[in-house]
Design a protein around this ligand. Sequence first.
Ligand SMILES: [Mg+2]
Length: 261
Amino acid sequence: MDALKSKKGFICDMDGVIYHGNELLPGAREFVEWMKAENKEFLFLTNNSQRSRHELQQKVERLGITVDAMFFYTTALATARFLATQKPGGTAYVIGDAGLTNALYEAGYHFDDVEPDYVVVGETRSYSFEKIQQAINLVLKGAKLVGTNPDLLCPTNAGPIPGCGSLIAPIEYATGRKAYFMGKPNPLMIRHALRCLTCGREETVFIGDQMETDIIAGINAEVDTVLVLSGVTQEADLVKYAYRPTYVVGGVGDIIKKTDQ
Ligand SMILES: [Mg+2]
């Protein structure tokens, strides 16, 4: 645990790690205060592409944690960065919300619903038959299909809602094309996050609550991983996997609690 506490960089998944829905998890605020006080570098990571950095900052602020918007990294930002390297100054037809459209625009992308380079899908509530129809036609005409994240469900206080993986599925089925997803478990998401920090990979840990998205992404990006049992994966689940996290703790509060004892 001392080795964990002495890491310089902390990349944290959000839901199941910092909060669950609209409730802050025990010890989360103390953990963030500890990172600030210890001058740790940190970044909050989310597979959800709906919200912008600023919206996430406000959400976390409402829960009682104050950090700058630059400490958030989303699959919308990762997807925009990925596309900007694949095809600089390209065009996209987007089914998604402000988090995604803003990120693409800031990465130098323009929006085109006639002959785009990419059809990009993210989390959104504005989803319609017409948009799916348009996306299918554009993919069949040659646009490449990209999803921000493969999650089938997103947890909300009102129960789960369809995630990007579910929203993009009709386009995949109808066109016979498989989307490329940037979000976890794709380790590229973690590699992008690492570039936002100045400390190296070996000085950084990734903290998440799901073996099949967080921990595998961290392992594949070659960073030490911390599984918190405050979210999806429970301790009894660990035997089912051929890989294991570097550390297992009840919640982020334990990282500072245990090392202080
Ligand atoms: Mg999570």
